[in-house]
Design a protein around this ligand. Sequence first.
Ligand code: SF4
Ligand code: SF4
Length: 628
Amino acid sequence: MRPTFDPFVIPFVAGMTFVLVYCIIGLIRIIFQLPKEDRRKFGRSLINPKSAWKNFKDLCSDCLFHVKIWKRKPLLGYMHSSIAFGWFMIIVIGHFETIAFSPLKDMQLPFFQKLTSNLYMPIFFRFFSEEASTLSAHIYAFLMDFFLMVIISGIVIAVVKKKKPRKVGLKRVTKFGFTEDMVRISLWTIFPIRFLAEASMANIGGGSFLTKFIGFDLLFGGHYNETLSYILWWAYSIDLAIFMTLLPFSRYMHIPAEALLILLRNAGLKTTEPRKGYAVAEIYSCPSCGLCIDVCPMSEVKENYRNTAVYFIRNIRRGRRRRDVKHKTEICLMCGKCIEVCPLGIESLDIKMAQRKKYYYKVKSNFSYLERLQDYKTTGQQAQSSPLDAHNSKILYFAGCMSHLTPKITLAMTKIFEQANENYEFIDKDGSICCGRPMMLTGKVDEAKALIEKNTEMIKNSGAKRLILSCPICYRVFKEEYNLEGIEILHHTQYINELIENEKISVDRSDKRYVYHDPCELGRAFGVYEEPRNIIDNIGLLTQGKSDKDLAVCCGGSIGSLAMTKEERDDITKNSIKDLTLNHPEEIVTACPLCLKTFARLSPIKVKDIAEIVEENLEINEELGIRN
Ligand code: SF4
Ligand code: SF4
């Protein structure tokens, strides 16, 4: 008769109890930190069958199979999913095996004893069980060995990743401190020790190809050494206890947190406060996988790679000095590349924006045109006499302040409108309107909202049906922050592409080689990838840069960063130009006035806006005769 209890299970039971209590308290705290409406939304989504199904799918694909990592880096995908899925399967199969063969099965035990026994029995089953010779016992033993082997193979890759990151497709991995290293080592050793412990007594507890044949027969030479076996079981239990006790203070807290994040996200919640509720779930969900380090333009400058998203999140999680967090919040270019590659979809920019709201910034702006609108309203004049009267135009053109600093773009757009014979109104011709983005970036949300409200009123009063924008930053703000129902918002790449497809304008084609740079706010933010490429295909030859579309380089000039020096920006710009000119194009084409200005300063070849190359290659309608 095998025993049903041994003191070596105590460390595990204590560690497990601690982590369970910690997680339950943490969960309750997060839920109560959510705004009331968000709590209701969350509750409703849990009982809604549609979102329950989505939760199930996302939990499987993100937490167990790590599908998003597989897509970017297959070897890393295997590493993460082998450990997560393998561990999950060992727990599930282990529980079924325990139900079927546990020595406790037919015993009448007091409730508390039964509860704790059920906690440790599946984990140390081979110690307490006696080998059974039924077919189902062999199948269980085989499956348990199979998933143990899968996990150990994942751990081998994790060790390689740590020592030689380039072998798994990474340039840099996240650097950790003492506690994190301790937890990592305890995790890495749990399963190899389990293998040895199970193998050491596979002649008694049973096993399959891994523990019995490779472990007991080959490794232990078919001999059972009771003392050694006992030491291994103690080591296994203590290792589990160390891991669980330190888990809440390490990145491995992502294991329970990411499941909660998926449920909250699927309920439609977003970050409202930088260190409360939803943001806490996001912060704790980051496993510090480091995928966001290599893609971040800041990594181009050696000293700055510690400002990347993973370090920002880690500093908030650890409650680090406010100055560190502030700097990381302000230096970010807000290019969104980290979010694009993040397997957890952690919206670190939302956390940064919420954090910026807590700081005070002096912003000098001239919004006097808003007062003019107020005058019109108080004197009772009609909306048509507003400064943005569109004279029955169906199209409004909003260039944005950055386009005004690069007048070639507005000039090109004017000619394109005229050549297409469009009835349009250039609403910020005198450059006096702001979309609101600079205010938002400096955390002045209320002021930005007031500005947006006024602009919305003016645009709606114009009676126009379409709003064309030349600046992707404005495009994003108009799309996300404005309520312009009934008015179609287009970036000029989309609009020009439509003009060409509908044959409202024609362009000449040559053999000139262009490379296209996807601006962050147009590409990653809205997936406008095909329209600009179609336009260039109509004008010349499109060459490839090193990376494009969702992984397109950042120009380095972003107004998103409030703290980056000119030298740091220049390093990013130079590196991005190197990537873009990989295949020796004759010109760099972009669709953002800020990217254009930034690249043009340091590029050895010409940099143009897409509207410029269209205007240069317009086939002239003689009747309109607009060519210079
Ligand atoms: S938004 Fe861009 S600059 Fe900021 S952390 Fe992410 S990748 Fe780096
Ligand atoms: S923010 Fe995302 S990509 Fe970066 S380390 Fe965390 S999980 Fe990985």
